[in-house]
Design a protein around this ligand. Sequence first.
Ligand SMILES: [Ca+2]
Length: 282
Amino acid sequence: MIRSRALALPLFALGLAAQAPANTATTAREAPVQGQTSAPVERASPTVYRTRIVARYPHDPSAYTQGLLWHDGALYESTGRVGQSRVRRVELTTGKVLAETMLPRSQFGEGLALWDDQLISLTWRDGAVHRWSIADLSHLSSTEDFPFEGWGITTSEEGLIFSDGTASLRVIDPETYEVRREIAVTINGRPLRYLNELEMIDGLVWANVWQTGYVVAIDPADGVVRKLIDARALVAEISPQTNDDVLNGIAWDAEKRRLFVTGKLWPTLFEIELVETDNEVR
Ligand SMILES: [Ca+2]
């Protein structure tokens, strides 16, 4: 049997450009010594998956998707852009908006997470974090002094985890937003920046990598990327016309184990499955 040769995916070509830290610059390219199964310095490389489309659902093509989650039979979505930022409940099969609330018109909405019976939404550079009732999306409270850019946010057993566009995730207290710890995210030993929309799935933090067709699954214990999902086929189907309408938005139906992804201004929300490949990230 002839086994097809695994494809090597160079990090830089993937758009996952990250500089090697100075103290590990030489280790990543060292070849294993002949006879050894692995070099002692070899870095854990992520398993690479491609996507298989299970279903396509309508998605509001005017929704600049910044946060996406599944709860109790419906999608919840937060959108961005000044004057257009919203938090909404959406019917999966039709894409119909069942309920929505607008953010203050001056603010640029970002990620969305669920904590108990409250939705928590970030803003990009406004310093505002809002809380909304999951029941009717009514506004509950806000803080205006959040000291980070807000990008993506999700819920974990440790608290909330958010991204700010850097190669760091932070675990924060869900009430005070105080930082409990910082997670330095790496892929093959190199920092991975532009982490955007997030979703906690089976103990890993999944993240869109901004302006790429890739999703990564990060181990929150050590920040190492364990899985790389090559979703470029979805991007190709949508055929974005600008730099704005990028892949963004991951939601997980834990009960039925359904995975949903979409993008900013995309007309389609995809339900997908992952197919493991032999491809390697170098
Ligand atoms: Ca999400």
